[in-house]
Design a protein around this ligand. Sequence first.
Ligand code: ATP
Ligand code: MG
Length: 390
Amino acid sequence: MQEVIMAKYGEIALKGLNKNTFEDLLVRNIKRRLVKCGEFRVTRNQSTVYITPENDDADIEAAAGWVRKVFGIAAVQRAAVLPKDFDGIVKLGVPYLEEVLGAAKTFKVDAKRSDKRFPMKTPDIQRELGAAILEAYPHLTVDVHEPDVTVLCEIRDSNAYLSAERIIGVGGIPVGSSGTALLLLSGGIDSPVAAYMMAKRGIGVDAIHFQSPPYTSERALMKVEELCTELVPYCGDIRFYVVPFTEIQEALRDHCPEEYFTVIMRRLMIKITNRICAEHDYKAIITGESVGQVASQTIMALACTDKAAEFPVFRPVIGMDKKEITEIARKIGTFETSIQPYEDCCTVFTPKHPRTKPVLAEVEAAEARFDFAPLIEKAVAGIEIKDFKL
Ligand code: ATP
Ligand code: MG
């Protein structure tokens, strides 16, 4: 019996004229992730991508795990491909469910009949398939409200499909459908979550990181690289820019008033980011800032940072509290890496009393006490690039 992965669209199903473009991108993104899992045939029909193993070596379980993380997919099901006659569905399909139903106590059957030529009506399919399952697995009882397992029987154009496990996908729209942006990636909890959230809206994400050796260690950088690796299954390939930031931070410490240190530092990060965006055609900047989290994230501080930006700044976690951000970090698997206790350049030379309500004119005046332009040039010239690939 043939088994298949059915990956069902989320929002793309609602797209109009340009639906095809989204679907093509979705299929391409799925195919790239399957490379590691063996040979599969990938087709699409009725708002579903069908992923069929070409041989016994294809690892269907691993494939389902990868596909679950592809933006654009709302749900993933492993299903038996069955003939479109009821006796065939029972004969081949009911044994297929053995592993899942064997471990359950209660179940219900849901049927969906998109091929209206199929002779049985939906309630009849549900009732009769339920009876056949009860006969084969007498330890089970039916519970239509809170079943351990919902068996789904779909009568579609090409075949009937029977499945018992529905994995929730990540939703969103396919990465690559909304351009690319450059993420300011620190080692913290917030910025990886920000990457995930913008990728969910179809944005391709590359990352820029500022490091200040010897104040920040090699291990701190490795931690950020680890975060890139963890984001790749969701975001796709990530190009990672590492900016040498030490000299800028030292100049800042030596020449600018301490109370403005943080806000000027962020503006300088943004100014360098502007350069990379312009050079490599990124359309926006992403950060993990959240209002009120720290002194540099008050409305007025964010406004001063924004004035240095030449691109839109997206802050998808701006209105979230730490608990909400942490929940997502756990769900996507970046949390454990983010909490490793390594220093970030933001935590070196931090002022005791940063201005929480900086005024732009004063910030600009403080910044003008030193000519940062040559150091910015030098930092940009010293950028190292590393690629993280699927
Ligand atoms: P946490 O998750 O603990 O809040 P954080 O990384 O968010 O840590 P913040 O000081 O709150 O730390 O920084 C706010 C944002 O600024 C980050 O989300 C990130 O986008 C950016 N940022 C901070 N430090 C760096 C860095 N060294 N390189 C690149 N971006 C950084
Ligand atoms: Mg933060």
